[in-house]
Write a protein that binds this ligand. Structure first.
Ligand SMILES: Cc1cc2nc3c(=O)[nH]c(=O)nc-3n(C[C@H](O)[C@H](O)[C@H](O)COP(=O)(O)OP(=O)(O)OC[C@H]3O[C@@H](n4cnc5c(N)ncnc54)[C@H](O)[C@@H]3O)c2cc1C
Length: 386
């Protein structure tokens, strides 16, 4: 979609440069890997290597550990996700998981643990994952039942984590478990669990609508050193919320990227497809659809970059802004992609078409990192609390 990126959105010159560089990488290197991501099991590694070579993974780690900037830059992350998600759901996932999966380590890990893992996360040599959700603890994180029992200098973890992105691919998981079952959120504690640890396995992969490396992570008498505790004992709930607070805005950015791509596809299609003796673009119903899609994208984009800017200006928490951005952008993207598909008629449904891929890719965004319903609860609680 034609746009004026810096108008109404606060971007630094380096953000604009980043935007151009990532767009270039998407249209050259990544789009050819994306073509085979649904069928080729090696596509994950090819995509990981391409992203690592471009240096974008270094945006997910702070500078002392090989990252590109002193602290994570929400606008840079949004810019990258917006571009990647329009090209490849897999590229977007690999990129974001390096941040989401290592953030608990970044804010709660010992110096030694950070120095051991984060430089490898920045180069893509190590794959990160976050293991929060369980069979009976989805939206309600305080229901976590995976236990962590202190035993000498170690903790012993038992339980199962569900819907874990990068399950089976990750080198480590930031696992949230309770040291005090029955204490609710007060017992939740974060641990770094190496995937190679004895007792850590991936018994089952899960397949969803769109290809996404996802699975169950089982912890069976899994012993981790006490040095792998991230943050305070009992401080895991706050770490999980801080992580979501930091990355939710970027889910909105991915949604905007998918929606923009859908609109681009729709515009080029309706200009060429002729019915009743004229291009579809000449029909006013088509024009109304295009106009409405474009306005929704701009509104979503403003919310996303507003939340990112507030964060980059130093706000510790952006709970309200991030939830608004995620809620609106993901819901809007679903509507926009559906309309883009509709404008393509039957061709929009064909396997291998861009609209068909986007239609599947976008669905998960309204669920992970807090469903749309949970975003509404978060927004309302922020507004009603004073
Ligand atoms: C593709 C994908 C990747 C994921 N990756 C990860 C990952 O890497 N790590 C991880 O830990 N988790 C991950 N998840 C899990 C995800 O965060 C959860 O699926 C999500 O939080 C919802 O939990 P649930 O599926 O158990 O649904 P539930 O919480 O059971 O919700 C079911 C429905 O009930 C609604 N609902 C729940 N509570 C309320 C309420 N109080 N009021 C109104 N409605 C309510 C929900 O909005 C939803 O519509 C992933 C999920 C998907 C689909």
């Amino acid at each position: 979609m034609r746009q004026r990126p810096s108008v109404g959105i606060e971007l630094d010159p380096e953000h604009i440069e980043l935007e151009c560089a990532v767009a270039e990488m998407c249209s050259t290197v990544l789009s050819s890997i994306a073509e085979r991501e649904e069928t080729d099991p090696d596509a994950f590694d090819a995509m990981r290597k391409a992203l690592a070579a471009s240096g974008v993974l270094a945006e997910m780690v702070p500078a002392p550990y090989g990252g590109r900037r002193d602290r994570l830059d929400s606008r840079a992350i949004a810019i990258i996700r917006e571009a990647l998600a329009g090209t490849s759901g897999l590229a977007d996932l690999i990129f974001v998981m390096q941040g989401l999966g290592s953030y608990a380590l970044q804010i709660g890990g010992s110096e030694q643990l950070r120095a051991l893992w984060l430089p490898r996360v920045a180069t893509g040599e190590a794959i990160a994952a976050m293991a929060l959700t369980e069979e009976f603890a989805g939206s309600d994180v305080s229901a976590i039942a995976t236990t962590a029992r202190e035993d000498g200098d170690d903790y012993v973890l038992d339980g199962e984590k569900w819907f874990i992105s990068n399950a089976g691919r990750a080198d480590f998981y930031c696992v949230f478990a309770t040291v005090d079952p029955g204490a609710g959120r007060k017992g939740i504690t974060a641990f770094l669990v190496e995937a190679a640890s004895e007792g850590c396995s991936v018994p089952r992969l899960m397949e969803t609508l769109a290809p996404h490396p996802l699975g169950v992570v089982r912890l069976d008498n899994c012993r981790v050193p006490a040095g792998n505790v991230l943050g305070e004992i009992g401080g895991g709930f706050a770490i999980a919320m801080q992580t979501l607070d930091t990355f939710r805005t970027s889910v909105g950015a991915a949604a905007v990227g998918m929606a923009r791509r859908a609109l681009d596809e729709a515009i080029s299609f309706v200009k060429h497809r002729t019915q009743f003796g004229q291009p579809l673009s000449e029909f006013q119903l088509t024009q109304a659809a295009i106009a409405e899609m474009a306005v929704e994208i701009e509104a979503a984009r403003l919310l996303v970059y507003r939340a990112a800017t507030v964060k980059d200006r130093g706000a510790e928490r952006v709970t309200l802004e991030a939830s608004m951005a995620k809620l609106y952008a993901t819901e809007a993207a679903q509507r926009i992609i559906d309309r883009a598909l509709q404008l393509h008629g039957g061709r929009g449904l064909l396997r291998g078409s861009v609209t068909e891929r986007l239609y599947r890719d976008v669905r998960a965004l309204r669920i992970y990192e807090g469903t749309s319903e949970i975003q509404k609860l978060v927004i309302a609680s922020q507004l009603l609390k004073n």
